[in-house]
Design a binder for this molecule. Structure first.
Ligand SMILES: Cc1cc2nc3c(=O)[nH]c(=O)nc-3n(C[C@H](O)[C@H](O)[C@H](O)COP(=O)(O)OP(=O)(O)OC[C@H]3O[C@@H](n4cnc5c(N)ncnc54)[C@H](O)[C@@H]3O)c2cc1C
Length: 415
């Protein structure tokens, strides 16, 4: 080991760990060391993220964090200080087709306006004027019974103008690595933390899988789906049930350009979300159904990473229902990634713990990519007890480990 002590150790070099390291070094928090067991970035949840950037959430704090993330990804080159970052934001907008009534959609729009985000409710004509390729059907597709489907029109939709997606989530992770190293963060790959050492109720350091040690008074667990084992090793009992969960995504090649293009869409009738991918040469489709966030992964180091045939067909069917003119040819592939579902409220736990010097940033569910810049910023504020220009203004205990469970619209990716 080149260094056996550090001011702060971060376990995990995914988007959350690397965002936190970057925010710490931006405020000169001392020697920050990131320990990552894989040989490069984005080997966990981050590598298979859909990287959708939207702000609709049950709580205004989550919305504020998501908006902060959007602004950060939009200004990624200036945030990272890289002249040619790999990642960029595509601001295609986010269309909510949830079958809600006008009062509900207007209420959501007003909540977005209240935090300074641009949003509109649209009727059918306005939607088709902007995105002519989309069907406006609001009748749920019956995947289970297989009943014949007859479309019936909806007339209320909500559009987030500033949302979209990040073109390259793994690239964003790599950009942060480059920015961190430039600022002096010591990032070590192929370095697995095997144990977290405490003494008298406070952190003293970590022991690596090869038996060597790094001492530090502060350790952050940012180990994504591997977080539970490390929390146990630190002796942390927090009462939250954080389950590594298998999540499937389909990719459909497009042969002809879609007239008018596509935004990111959340589609309740089909139970799907989708967005353009690969400069519009593909469409990425995932699920918004609660039942598709239930497959627990026993061992995050070993699970099926290809898509199931049933999921592929269902997602494809939902896409064709929403984009009826989509040609019936074009390759279909897919993948399964994993994220850590917080079973109680589908929000992360972030901040200090009852073990002095031990911090957690776990349980991101389907939100960690968009919230990454904000939670890195928030945790750095908490750990250094300082604020710098441009910092996020969200109360520090919103995601605290000892909070009560938040009440959310539904316990799913739409929380
Ligand atoms: C299919 C899919 C779609 C998604 N879509 C979206 C989306 O549209 N929008 C959104 O906001 N979020 C989305 N997410 C969620 C988001 O990607 C995650 O919440 C986020 O990437 C979590 O980042 P992380 O750094 O916490 O975890 P990870 O990326 O998993 O990083 C954790 C790292 O810790 C390392 N590690 C673990 N144990 C140890 C150890 N003992 N020692 C050293 N290193 C260790 C791992 O190797 C890993 O690299 C999606 C996720 C998936 C899987």
């Amino acid at each position: 080991m080149s260094r056996e002590t550090a001011d702060i150790i971060i376990i995990g070099g995914g988007l959350i760990g690397m965002s936190t390291a970057y925010e710490l070094v931006r405020r000169k928090a001392g020697q920050v060391v990131v320990l990552e067991k894989a040989s490069g970035v984005a080997s966990g949840s981050t590598g298979s993220s859909s990287a959708c950037l939207r702000i609709r959430y049950s709580h205004v704090e989550t919305m504020t964090m998501a908006l902060y993330g959007q602004h950060t990804y939009r200004d990624w080159a200036s945030y990272t200080g890289l002249s040619s970052p790999r990642a960029a934001m595509e601001q295609v907008g986010v269309l909510w087709m949830l079958g809600e009534d006008k009062v509900a959609a207007d209420t959501e729009r007003n909540r977005m306006h209240s935090i300074g985000a641009a949003a509109d409710t649209w009727n059918r004509e306005q939607l088709l004027d902007r995105f002519p390729a989309l069907s406006t059907c609001g009748i749920p597709v019956d995947y289970v019974g297989g009943a014949n489907h007859t479309c019936g029109e909806s007339d209320v939709f909500l559009f987030e103008h500033e949302g979209g997606y990040c073109t390259d989530p793994a690239g964003a992770n790599q950009d942060l690595l480059e920015a961190c190293r430039r600022e002096g963060v010591d990032v070590r790959f192929r370095t697995q933390v095997g144990d977290i050492r405490t003494q008298g109720g406070r952190i003293v350091g970590v022991t690596l899988a090869d038996g060597s040690t790094v001492d530090s008074p502060q350790v952050v667990n940012a180990a994504g789906p591997w977080c539970n084992g490390l929390n146990r090793k630190a002796g942390l009992e927090h009462g939250w049930e954080l389950r590594p969960t298998r999540i499937q995504v389909m990719l459909r090649a497009t042969v002809e350009p879609i007239p008018g293009g596509l935004p990111m869409v959340a589609d309740a009738a089909g139970g799907i979300y989708f967005r353009p991918e690969s400069n519009g040469q593909q469409i990425l489709v995932g699920s918004i159904r609660m039942e598709d966030e239930k497959e627990v992964i026993a061992d995050p180091d070993s699970y099926k990473t290809s898509i199931d045939e049933e999921a592929k067909l269902r997602l494809l069917h939902g896409l064709h229902h929403r984009v009826p003119s989509l040609e019936h040819r074009g390759g279909v592939t897919g993948l399964a990634g994993m994220y850590t579902m917080n079973q109680q409220d589908v929000h992360p736990i972030l901040g200090p713990t009852h073990i002095d010097g031990f911090f957690v940033s776990n349980g991101y569910s389907g939100h960690g990519f968009k919230l990454g810049p904000a939670v890195g910023n928030l945790l750095a504020q908490i750990m250094t007890d300082s604020m710098i220009e441009g910092d996020l203004a969200v109360r520090h205990d919103f995601l605290a480990v000892d909070r009560d469970s938040l009440s959310v619209r539904e316990k799913s990716v739409l929380a």
